[in-house]
Write a protein that binds this ligand. Structure first.
Ligand code: UDP
Length: 240
């Protein structure tokens, strides 16, 4: 129901890891990509303008590649290229569901994706196209979490939704510590001070400086994207 979604333009951050099926050879889990694309379609049909930033950790991470002796900056470019692969997968699935999309890339790759052009991205969203931002920030030594916050600020999104494997921010990893405390609300300050690692510190600091709110939710729970947008169910709200 359109009245209950609080935001008119949102940015969804999907990690590469979320796309991966554990124990399988494929880097993309067909069931998960189906589920999340249906959920995106659902909020799209509610009139929400949507941007997506996708990670690349299911295919390649700079830090891992640098451990095998590849220069870190080059390794990070490998990671950025991985995000473009994921973006094209999400585009393909969304278009199967009849959702109009555009992929923009921070790394110029004309046959595959539009270059990142801020005003054009905004125009796409105004015209009802889901814009998938790929290539991260285009700079090594950054992450796609920073890209998500940056693009959300640049394109005047109301909020960033970060899909994770658990239903919000905890005082410690709830998969390891059963007594970890779940936060319904938490400040940027406290996240940085307590070193809570659901998102890198540079991204949290950028969000704080620009007062970009973030919702952290469990992307694997069906219906959780819409619930998060309606502030329903278990999730964490970060903001002032
Ligand atoms: N990356 C980068 N600059 C960016 C975004 C990403 O260098 O602005 C590289 C980095 O090596 C990272 C990889 O791309 O490890 C994949 O991105 P990320 O780890 O953020 O993906 P996720 O954890 O969301 O799957």
């Amino acid at each position: 129901n359109i009245e209950t979604i609080k935001y008119s333009r949102i940015l969804l951050k999907l990690s590469g890891e979320a796309l991966m099926q554990s124990g399988e050879k494929s880097c993309i889990d067909p069931d998960f990509i189906d589920q999340i694309c249906q959920e995106i379609k659902d909020i799209y049909e509610n009139g929400c303008q949507i941007a997506v930033v996708v990670g690349g950790g299911n295919i390649c991470r700079g830090a891992t590649m640098s451990k095998i002796g590849i220069d870190r900056a080059n390794a990070d470019y490998m990671g950025m290229l991985a995000t473009i692969i994921n973006a094209i997968a999400i585009q393909g699935k969304l278009e199967n569901y009849g959702v109009a999309t555009r992929v923009q890339s921070a790394i110029s790759m004309p046959p595959v994706a539009e270059p990142y052009i801020r005003r054009r991205a905004i125009r796409h969203m105004e015209k009802g196209r889901v814009v998938i931002f790929s290539g991260g920030t285009g700079n090594p030594f950054f992450t796609t979490d920073s890209a998500a916050i940056l693009r959300a600020i640049e394109t005047n999104c109301d909020i960033v939704l970060k899909g994770t494997q658990v239903d919000g921010v905890y005082s410690a990893d709830p998969k390891i510590y059963s007594n970890a405390l779940h936060y319904n609300n938490i400040s940027y300050e406290k996240i940085i001070q307590n070193g809570l690692h659901f998102m890198d510190t540079a991204a949290v600091a950028l969000a704080q400086e620009n007062e970009m709110p973030i919702i952290v939710f469990n992307v694997h729970k069906q219906g959780s994207l819409k619930n998060a947008l309606m502030h329903q169910g278990n999730m964490t709200f970060i903001g002032n």
